[in-house]
Design a protein around this ligand. Structure first.
Ligand code: FMN
Length: 474
């Protein structure tokens, strides 16, 4: 396809802050694009718990453009049922990775009626992105990036946005962000990590660079990186000046990360939850109950993870659009992570579950719910001080194991110290990593379908206002 100029009669599309306010509704809480994890069912759950804007997983523009006769299009964005990109799935930004303006435009045009903007992934640091020449590996090809963005800016009826990683210096990062703005990006998301900060070398995101970007451009800026708890959000907004916070991993471990946190009387911490999904798997059509004081901490809202898992499964069950079983499994492993090490039979059963039947996933989540409710009841007499521990390696708060909460990994050397120190505490940092295996399986599956990998491995360092030490994870 040849890139064409927009017809002169096209109505003016809203740009920058006009677009951010009038079309997106001034979102502050944004769920990140996540391969195999920000799929429709997760987006629905996220919106119930306060997410105000959600990105799709990254779609490969080349494969999408060429897939007129293969299932790739339907597998990556299913418009057949009117659910993906439908009224309940908005506001929505669809993300592509690309290195050809023509392929990007062809793919974006096909999906432009189903979303509010198209995002360009400039952050993927994986080897597959290096091989495919996309994501952060375009970071040095400014002319090409300009053309990719400008082609969408000139030819789409909806805005184009971009998500990128920072450079080693503030100056180059700012220069780059200004180039993205000049090219026509109407919102930019700044992930405060370098291209090299991935996997074991993730480290912390640099909020100072995000602040410098925000001060240098006139379009809205989303800050990405280092959000563990709800209580980190305001601090991030204050330190960066950003218009919104985007979360990936923190939100996967606690789908209620963005929900308003009601500060509660600590003594109510252990009261049984009231918004549990019923065992007949039929609760998906209900809106969630308002946050119960029993779920809330100074770190935010932390529902029981088995309840979140059941609510997610009910959404998957009721919607017409199919959900990959790899995505379901990935979500369940992450949500229920605080208890999986102490419930190895459930962990193994989940690991063996393949789909397409949802029944085994429900069985695991329902049994987990029974055990977690039992544990919460048994601890009803304990004080909050007895229940909240501190991670030995990072100093971060560890909440009772029945509650959804962030997961952080120590550096390898910290891990050894912790393991030697006390192997018996099931709520402290685990040396085993039940969901890492699942993530890598999901990546392999994606690769075998020739689908690109996520921008980032899902394990990285975090900084939390709720911590007493800087958490450093692999
Ligand atoms: C499971 C997973 C999948 C991801 N997939 C994508 C993706 O498709 N596109 C993208 O731009 N970033 C992707 N990322 C990176 C995140 O969007 C985000 O930039 C990164 O995780 C840092 O944010 P966090 O500190 O809140 O996790 C992915 C991250 C995770 C954990």
């Amino acid at each position: 396809m040849t890139v064409t100029q927009a017809p002169a009669s096209r109505p003016r599309k809203l740009q920058g802050y006009e677009f951010y306010r009038e079309i997106l509704g001034s979102p502050k809480y944004v769920v990140a694009p996540m391969v195999d994890q920000s799929e429709l069912a997760w987006r629905r759950l996220s919106r119930r718990y306060g997410a105000q804007l959600v990105y799709t997983p990254m779609i490969n523009a080349k494969m999408f453009a060429e897939a007129t006769r293969s299932p790739y299009r339907e597998q990556n964005f299913n418009t057949a049922n009117g659910e993906e990109g439908g009224p309940e799935d908005r506001p929505l930004i669809i993300q592509f990775c690309a290195n050809s303006p023509d392929q990007l435009l062809t793919s974006a045009k096909a999906l432009e009626p189903h979303c509010d903007a198209i995002d360009l992934n400039l952050g993927c640091p994986q080897d597959i992105a290096k091989k495919g020449r996309y994501g952060s590996f375009l970071q040095d090809e400014w002319e090409l990036i300009y053309k990719l963005i400008n082609t969408l800016h000139e030819n789409l009826s909806i805005p184009v946005t971009a998500k990128f990683r920072v450079f080693p210096t503030v100056e180059k990062t700012v220069e780059y962000a200004k180039m993205l703005e000049r090219a026509g990006a109407q919102i930019i998301t700044c992930h405060g990590r370098l291209r090299e900060q991935r996997g074991h070398r993730s480290g912390l995101a640099d909020w100072a660079k995000i602040r410098a970007v925000k001060e240098a451009v006139s379009i809205p800026v989303f800050a990405n990186g280092n959000i563990l708890y709800h209580s980190d959000i305001e601090r991030c907004l204050a330190e960066t000046g950003a218009d919104a916070v985007m979360s990936a991993e923190g939100q996967l471990y606690n789908a209620a990360l963005f929900a308003p946190a009601l500060l509660s009387a600590p003594s109510e911490l252990l009261a049984p939850t009231t918004n549990s999904s019923s065992s007949n798997h039929s609760s998906s059509s209900q809106s969630p109950s308002p946050p119960s004081p029993s779920d809330t901490f100074d770190t935010g809202l932390h529902p029981r993870h088995a309840d979140l898992a059941l609510e997610y499964l009910s959404i998957v069950q009721v919607q017409k659009t199919p959900t990959n079983s790899s995505a379901i499994k990935g979500h369940l492993f992450k949500l229920m992570r605080p208890a999986l090490a102490r419930e190895p039979d459930l962990r193994d059963k989940l690991g063996r579950t393949r789909g397409p039947s949802l029944e085994p996933f429900f069985e695991v989540a329902e049994e987990m719910k029974r055990r977690m409710d039992r544990d919460a009841e048994a601890a009803a007499e304990k004080s909050v001080a007895e229940l909240i521990t501190y991670d030995k390696a990072t100093g971060l708060k560890v909440l009772p194991h029945w509650l959804a909460q962030p997961y952080f990994r120590p550096l390898p050397e910290q891990r050894e110290v912790v393991a030697e120190d006390d192997a018996s505490q099931a709520t402290s940092v685990q040396t085993a990593d039940p969901d890492a295996e699942e993530d890598s399986l999901a990546c392999k599956r994606l690769l075998s379908n020739r689908t690109p990998e996520p921008e980032d491995e899902p394990k990285r360092a975090k900084l939390s206002s709720s911590s007493t030490a800087i958490p450093v994870c692999a």
